[in-house]
Design a protein around this ligand. Structure first.
Ligand code: NAG
Ligand code: NAG
Ligand code: NAG
Ligand code: NAG
Length: 367
């Protein structure tokens, strides 16, 4: 494999706990949570800051969030790709699970009431899953790989891992990578809220909080919205232009493609270097237990387990707070409710999606 190394040089976020890394981070540390991207106040989403007036109508929310996160990440990385040659070496890999379900459902209603003439020619371009990636490349003139992953809850991890490989394999020097979702509309919420009885997969992940279930149990899937984007860059390219390096991506595992969550990746840091795990932890009883067991089998040594911190940002961005049940084997340090300060040399993040698609990424301190 090529010796090209890939580092992170820019960060951007649109989230229920704030827009912009500074806001989101300080809210996460303070233990705040939310489910909807704030549209007013400090650290809120204001499309007029990012988009031309016409684009707020032409672009679906998921594309707007992605555009905003990409804009932040590129500004943070101070990367504008001023020459044609640089634009050819810069690409975009931004995914979404569903695209614009909101436009699909509202246009179906229009069509039922008024027929064909109600549907605008811009309907399909607006809802397509690759439109966020397309809009970003159009906006900045990036001619490099333009790719959109759609793998349910693994979309973001795959987008970042695939973008890392585009750089490693020499297809690009810089990639804007991440994912975006704007699912807060009636049909998605109906799915989340439904309950079809015990044993039904949908009911297992259904939002139970509204029925007053105890917060002690894993109360299930809580939907959120937002976008995250990273600027990934080939190490020498980043060094030449004096870019700030946040971290290096050292491992990318996809199930069925080489390595597995329960086997440490061979091109990354060994388990002994990892001190933080960002768990997928959708707060479903079955999923959380399986993931917890998998983490414990990778970090089988009790000494490794003692040094390990595990948490999931979903508790803040669209989930219930960490529900710890020692009886079910949840006896690691889950960093619930109260922030813990620690220098992290290597971190592992897990994502599992419907359809049995799994991915893990390892980020390390750049040394
Ligand atoms: C806005 O948020 C930033 C970062 O969280 C904080 O430093 C600043 O004091 C806030 N400003 C106001 C007016 O609340
Ligand atoms: C229908 O699709 C268009 C995009 O073609 C969108 O702008 C509009 O908001 C959608 N919904 C309705 C009710 O018009
Ligand atoms: C984004 O793509 C839509 C097509 O869906 C197009 O109408 C719009 O002009 C694009 N905007 C930008 C900034 O690329
Ligand atoms: C995907 O992850 C789940 C844990 O959520 C695990 O049970 C399953 O075996 C994994 N699938 C593959 C193919 O690795």
């Amino acid at each position: 494999m090529s010796a090209r190394r890939v580092v992170v040089t820019g960060l951007g976020i649109v989230s229920p706990v704030g827009v912009g890394v500074k806001h989101a981070w300080s809210n996460l540390i303070a233990g705040k949570s939310g489910g909807i991207v704030p549209r007013s106040g400090n650290g809120s989403f204001n499309p007029k800051e990012w988009l031309e007036p016409g684009d707020t109508k032409r672009m679906a929310d998921f594309s707007q969030y992605a555009m905003c996160a990409a804009n932040q990440a590129l500004t943070d990385a101070e990367w504008t790709a001023p020459t044609d040659a640089q634009r050819e070496r810069t690409g975009v890999c931004i995914g979404t699970g569903i695209g614009s379900m909101d436009d699909i459902t509202s246009n179906y209603t229009l069509y039922q009431a008024g027929g064909l003439r109600k549907i605008s020619p811009m309907f399909v371009p607006k809802v397509l899953c690759n439109m966020a990636a397309g809009n970003i490349s159009i906006r900045y003139g990036f001619y490099g790989p333009n790719h959109a992953v759609s793998t349910a809850c693994t979309t973001g991890a795959h987008a970042i891992g695939d973008a890392m490989r585009f750089i490693k394999f020499g297809d690009a020097d810089v990639m804007v990578a991440g994912a975006s979702e704007a699912p807060l509309q009636p049909l998605s919420l109906a799915w989340v809220l439904q309950d079809q009885g015990p044993g039904n997969r949908v009911s297992t992940i259904a939002l139970r909080r509204h029925r007053g279930h105890s917060t002690k149990e894993r109360a299930g899937f809580v939907i959120g919205e937002g976008a995250g984007a990273l600027v990934l860059e080939e190490l020498e390219h980043a060094k030449r232009r004096g870019a700030h390096i946040y971290a290096e991506i050292r491992g990318y595992g996809l199930s069925g493609d080489g390595f597995h969550i329960t086997a440490p990746p061979n091109d990354g840091a060994g388990a002994q270097h990892i001190t933080y795990v960002n768990a997928h932890a959708t707060s479903t009883p079955l999923g959380d237990e399986i993931e917890n067991r998998a983490i414990k089998s990778v970090f089988a040594d009790t000494q490794l387990q003692q040094g390990l911190m595990v948490s999931s940002t979903k508790s803040a961005t669209g989930h219930l707070a960490g529900n710890i049940d020692a009886d079910a084997g949840f006896d690691l340090n889950y960093v619930a409710n109260q922030a813990q300060e620690r220098t992290i040399k290597a971190a592992l993040t897990n994502s599992f999606g419907f359809g049995g698609t799994n991915a893990s990424l390892i980020f390390t301190k750049y040394e």
